[in-house]
Design a protein around this ligand. Structure first.
Ligand SMILES: CC(C)(COP(=O)(O)OP(=O)(O)OC[C@H]1O[C@@H](n2cnc3c(N)ncnc32)[C@H](O)[C@@H]1OP(=O)(O)O)[C@@H](O)C(=O)NCCC(=O)NCCS
Length: 167
C-alpha cells in the first residue's frame, strides 16, 4: 500500500470524521491538552467554526489513500505561531504524521514556528524532532484529558538560512 499523503483544504464533510477521531481515549490521553468533553458535539462544532472562520489559521486535511486520516494546523492563539496535528487511531505508526507535517511546513513558511506537547507524548515529540523542531522550553498546564496539571515541552522550528522563510 502507498504511504503517500496529501494535504487539502478542510471541507464540511471532514468534520464528522475529525469528531470521531478526537473521541479516542488513548489519543486524548496522549494529547492531554484537549477539549473538556470530547463527546460534546456542540462544543466541537463551535470550536471548529472558530477555527475555520479564523483568517490567521492555516489548516489542512491529511488524506491517506484517499481517506481522511487527520488534520494539521497552525494558529497564533497564544501569541506565537504554533502548529498542532491529530491523526485517527487507525493511521498511527506508519510515518504519516511526519510526512503530513513535513508537507505542511513546505506550505507554512513562518519561522520561528512553535509546537507544544505533553512531556510524555513521545510519539508527538518524535514527529516534531524528525521535522526539525528542537526543545526550547518547558511549561506546566492543566490537561483536561488527565484532570490535572502536567508538564509540557515547548519546541521551535528555527528559520532555515538556506530557505526563504518568513518571520
Ligand atoms: C502523535 C501522532 C500524530 C503520531 O502520528 P504517527 O503517524 O503515528 O507518527 P509517525 O509514525 O510519523 O512517527 C511517530 C514516531 O514516534 C515514535 N513513537 C511512537 N510511540 C512511541 C513511544 N511510545 N515512545 C517512543 N517513541 C514512540 C515512532 O517510533 C516514530 O518514530 P520513528 O520514525 O523514529 O520510529 C498520533 O499518534 C496522534 O494523532 N495522536 C493523538 C493526538 C496527538 O497526540 N497529537 C499531537 C498533540 S501535540
Amino acid at each position: 500500500m502507498t504511504t503517500e499523503i496529501q494535504l487539502r483544504d478542510v471541507t464540511e464533510e471532514d468534520l464528522p470524521i475529525f469528531f470521531a477521531q478526537q473521541l479516542d481515549p488513548d489519543a486524548n490521553r496522549m494529547a492531554a491538552f484537549t477539549a473538556k468533553d470530547p463527546a460534546d458535539r456542540a462544543a466541537f462544532t463551535a470550536h471548529w467554526a472558530k477555527i475555520l472562520g479564523d483568517a490567521g489559521i492555516t489548516i489542512k486535511t491529511i488524506l491517506f489513500a484517499g481517506q481522511v486520516a487527520g488534520h494539521v494546523l497552525s494558529h497564533g492563539w497564544f501569541g506565537e505561531p504554533e502548529i498542532s496535528f491529530w491523526l485517527g487511531r487507525e493511521y498511527w505508526g506508519r510515518g504519516l504524521a511526519t510526512k503530513a507535517l513535513s508537507a505542511f511546513l513546505g506550505c507554512v513558511k513562518t519561522r520561528p514556528l512553535y509546537a507544544r506537547a505533553a512531556k510524555d507524548n513521545l510519539a508527538s515529540l518524535r514527529v516534531l524532532e524528525k521535522c526539525g523542531f528542537t526543545v526550547c522550553g518547558q511549561d506546566r498546564g492543566f490537561a483536561n484529558a488527565r484532570g490535572k496539571e502536567i508538564e509540557e515541552v515547548i519546541l521551535v522550528l528555527e528559520p532555515d538560512e538556506r530557505e526563504g522563510t518568513e518571520r
